[in-house]
Ligand binder design. Structure first.
Ligand SMILES: [Fe+2]
Length: 236
């Protein structure tokens, strides 16, 4: 199988993910061992982490160091939807996934229903398409998963975290993830990997779980075809 993982904190020394280059390379080797052949490096942008400096240079350094690991790397960022986001987006200073229209967008865990709607619309108005990171982990979505249908109607898409599906974030999050999957509301599944241990980028187990619970084709769609379409800037 092939897996395309669009959400990882592999870039070393910029956020709460990999701290060193050696650690980042181990995460990439783990990804390769889990059939990840395309991986987006998506450091936190804003939301207490600041704006990573020299991102392109750091990305090129990681690519050079990882040249013997069979994983194609693309650049992105996990942008925190807060008061600073829109100004920076308007300036074009936040990396989208592989330079596409798709912006991996994260909200505060306790964001309100209205906050989601107004921020997502503002991002769309700037010409970007939000790929909402881990909706199943937001309190408002756990309370009422159907609120995401408004986001989809607006033209946004959802990225589920693999660990949520397997219960790594508790039963409420697991149930919410299952509800979104069952109702075919999800564009892709990614690891949100921060380390080689807990929150790692082993996605094979998720692929198998989706294959058994739903179908092989659904797993392929969520973990390969649609994320690859996002990287290619295809319209979903
Ligand atoms: Fe993340």
């Amino acid at each position: 199988m092939n897996i395309c993982d669009l959400h990882t904190h592999v870039l070393p020394g910029v956020d709460d993910g990999a701290a060193t280059m050696e650690y980042a390379l181990q995460m990439l080797r783990n990804g390769a061992a889990s059939d990840v052949s395309v991986l987006a490096v998506t450091p936190h942008w804003g939301g207490g982490y600041g704006m990573p400096r020299d991102l392109q240079t750091r990305f090129e350094q990681l690519k050079a160091a990882a040249k013997d690991i069979p994983v194609r790397l693309v650049l992105g960022a996990e942008a925190r939807a807060d008061e600073n986001l829109l100004g920076q987006l308007a300036q074009g200073s936040i990396p989208t996934i592989n330079g596409s229209r798709y912006l991996l967008t994260e909200f505060a865990p306790d964001a309100k229903k209205e906050d989601f709607l107004s921020m997502l619309q503002s991002i769309l108005d700037l010409g970007y398409v939000p790929l909402v990171a881990h909706p199943e982990r937001y309190e408002a979505v756990c309370r009422a998963p159907q609120i995401v249908t408004d986001w989809l109607d607006m033209g946004c898409h959802l990225q589920l975290t693999g660990g949520s599906i397997l219960g790594d974030y508790g039963q409420t999050v697991r149930r919410t993830a299952a509800c979104l999957l069952k109702n075919d509301l999800v564009a892709c599944i990614a690891s949100d990997a921060h380390s080689t241990g807990h929150r790692s980028n082993f996605l094979m187990g998720v692929y198998d779980h989706i294959s058994v619970q739903y179908s092989k084709q659904y797993a392929k769609c969520l973990l390969w075809e649609t994320p690859m379409g996002i990287c290619a800037n295809d319209r979903l």
